[in-house]
Design a protein around this ligand. Structure first.
Ligand SMILES: NC(=O)c1ccc[n+]([C@@H]2O[C@H](COP(=O)([O-])OP(=O)(O)OC[C@H]3O[C@@H](n4cnc5c(N)ncnc54)[C@H](O)[C@@H]3O)[C@@H](O)[C@H]2O)c1
Ligand SMILES: [Zn+2]
Ligand SMILES: [Zn+2]
Length: 370
């Protein structure tokens, strides 16, 4: 069938919205009509080349939609079911899934190639060329075919145009605070970069019982939003934050520091450690360029003060557990979802949406697809 999708043909070019040819789902696959897709910074890394996935690729990995057709062997989903995609598939059978680390499912190995997990071929084509799928999803599309391992079924009354954000940003940010940082009641937490991920780290830290939450971002709008979402202090830079956090913690600094900037920078890790308390932990959630291998930090500082630096993927969460859990917190009025969406766009406006992200105008932009 025909569909329309935003394709990246070459790095450093714009998303091209074109008609594509979509094959029916094969065994273990599902065809869905997309409701909406968030504009996460990770797709921007495809454009800049920081994330060297195979091109051409249909972008988008923060989406939700409605099942239109299931392939052979898919017995737990049916036409009309509502689905939020996990941006890492979760098979439920590999050692990572079995040990409660679905975010590290072995199927993640197929992300870079972007082809279907079942037979490593493409269901999406444009002008005879096979197209890859960002995170095996390609949510910048009217319709897509994905593996059932990427699907999380939700109640039909869930508003998919907001809940799509649970497919990446909300779980990633919330889990970075709750799971990766392991924020405990009474702790002081700093979050560096208040975009779609960082703002949800603020929500996670608040729900975990943080005493003070320091939101650091050069953009005033982001700092103002952080206060709305539960931050207690803001700073425009790491340097400014150092003085503010020092003053608010009697010089002890933040127990947990979460890095959620648009692009990670190796030479800023030392600055993150400088605002970290003894026995504190720095969580690297933002993606650094794949080519970057140098990080600046004082190893002596780590030893003498027993500081930790760890990475976190998809909030170190279990999407099949945590997406329904976070929907429950939303329904109970404890997690903000509607307020995350600053602007909505049509698929044809995707480049405008990313321009707004680069300019810091959105907490999250969302493409409305149906
Ligand atoms: N680990 C994961 O599983 C995972 C998942 C999704 C996204 N990410 C990554 O997380 C990062 C954030 O994504 P996003 O969608 O929230 O991006 P975003 O562009 O919406 O937000 C980034 C924010 O960082 C701020 N910023 C930039 N430089 C800064 C600096 N030096 N100090 C403080 N703030 C600064 C920007 O003003 C902006 O508000 C990206 O690198 C993205 O690829 C990681
Ligand atoms: Zn994302
Ligand atoms: Zn698995």
């Amino acid at each position: 069938m025909k569909s329309k999708a935003a394709i990246l043909w070459e790095p450093h070019t714009k998303w091209s919205v074109e008609e594509i040819e979509l094959d029916p789902p094969k065994a273990g696959e599902v065809l869905l009509k997309l409701a909406a897709s968030g504009l996460c910074h990770s797709d921007e890394h495809l454009v800049t080349g920081d994330l060297p996935f195979e091109l051409p690729i249909i972008g988008g990995h923060e989406g939700a939609g409605v099942v239109e057709e299931v392939g052979p062997g898919v017995d737990w989903l049916a036409e009309g079911d509502h689905v939020i995609f996990g941006f890492i598939p979760a098979c439920g059978r590999c050692p990572s899934c079995a040990s409660g680390h679905e975010n590290l499912c072995d199927l993640g190995m197929y992300l870079g190639a972007g082809r279907q997990i079942s037979d490593h071929t493409a269901r999406h084509h444009a002008g005879g060329t096979d197209l890859g799928l960002m995170c095996l999803l390609g949510t910048f599309s009217e319709r897509t075919v994905v593996n059932e391992a990427s699907c999380i079924k939700v109640d039909p009354d869930v508003a998919l145009d907001k809940a799509c954000l649970l497919g990446c940003g909300v779980v990633t940010g919330w889990g970075s605070a709750v799971y990766a940082a392991g924020v405990k009641p009474g702790e002081d937490v700093a979050i560096i970069g208040i975009g779609g991920i960082g703002i949800n780290a603020v929500q996670g830290a608040r729900l975990a019982g943080a005493r003070q939450i320091f939101a650091i971002d050069p953009v005033e709008f982001k700092r103002d939003q952080a206060i709305e979402f539960g931050a207690t202090h803001t700073a425009a830079s790491l340097e400014e934050a150092q003085a503010i956090i020092g003053g608010a913690t009697a010089g002890r600094m933040a127990n947990k520091v979460i890095m959620t900037m648009g692009v990670g920078k190796g030479d800023l890790v030392a600055g993150a450690l400088a605002i970290t308390a003894k026995l504190g932990r720095v969580v690297i959630t933002n993606l650094h360029a794949a080519s970057e291998t140098q990080v600046t930090m004082s190893a002596l500082d780590m030893t003498l003060m027993e500081k930790q630096v760890i990475g976190s993927l998809f909030g170190s969460a279990n999407p099949r557990l945590d997406i329904p859990r976070l929907l429950g917190l939303y329904e109970a009025g404890q997690l903000k979802l509607d307020e995350l969406v600053t602007r909505t766009y049509r698929l044809e406006e995707i480049n405008h949406g990313y321009e707004d992200m680069r300019e810091g105008r959105n907490l999250r932009g969302v493409i409305t697809l149906s």
